[in-house]
Design a protein around this ligand. Sequence first.
Ligand SMILES: [Zn+2]
Length: 245
Amino acid sequence: MISLPFRCRLQLIPLVALLLCAISPGLEGATVLVSGSSLVRTVAITFDDGPHDILTPTLLDVLDTLGVKASFFLVGSMAEKKPDLVREIRSGGHTVANHSQTHRSCLVLSAEELEDEIRKCSAVLESVTSVPVRFFRPPGGKFDRKTVERVRKNGLKLVLWDINSRDYTGVSPSYIANRAVRRAVPGSILLFHSGVKATIDALPEIVARLRKNGFEFVTLDEMFSAYTASDPFLLRAAEGLFHTM
Ligand SMILES: [Zn+2]
C-alpha cells in the first residue's frame, strides 16, 4: 500500500500508469476515476472480464441474495456469445461497462485499433441492454496517453480502482475478504474478477463486514450519478472530488 497526499490509496500498476500520464502534456480535462466521493460512506464493487457461462449466473445469484448492486466490466467478444447473461446483469440493476472487445492490452494497440476495441465493445453491450455505456476499464489496468484520449473521445470515463483484491492470484476467500474489508474507505472502488470462484465465496463475508462498518454498496452509475461525460458543467463541478489529470 502506498500513502499519497490525496485521499486515494492506489495500487502499483494504476499508480505507475497515472504518473506516466501525469507527466504527459495536453491531457487537461481527461479524467481517470479511481474512487468516488470520500464524503459518502459508499463503496463500489466491480468485476472484470466475462460474462462466464457458469460463474456469472452464480455470482448474480449471490449478489441478489446479499441485496448488493455491483458493476461489471465485460469483454465484448465474450458478451457477444452470451447476450442473455449481459441482459441478466443489467436487469439485476448492475452497471454494465466496457472492458474492450478482445481484452488486448491498450499499450500494444495503435490508436485506431484501440478505438475499434472501445467502439465494438460498447456497440455489443448497448445492442443488448439499450443503455448507453459510460465507463471503460483497460485490460490489466494498463493504459497510456492515447488510451485516455480515445476513451474521452468516445464519451466514456476511464475507471480504475483504489483497492485491488488480487483475487486473480489464486488467494483464498478469507485473504480476499480481509484485504477488501481492511482497506475499504468511503468512496472506494474494489477490483474483483467475475470468473474467480474464491471471490464469489468471499462476497458474503465482505458484504457483512463492510455493512457492519457502515458502508453501503453502490454501482458506478450511482457513485458517479452527478457526473456525466456529456455535461461539461457537471464535469467541472465534480472534478474536485475525483483524481483528475
Ligand atoms: Zn480483464
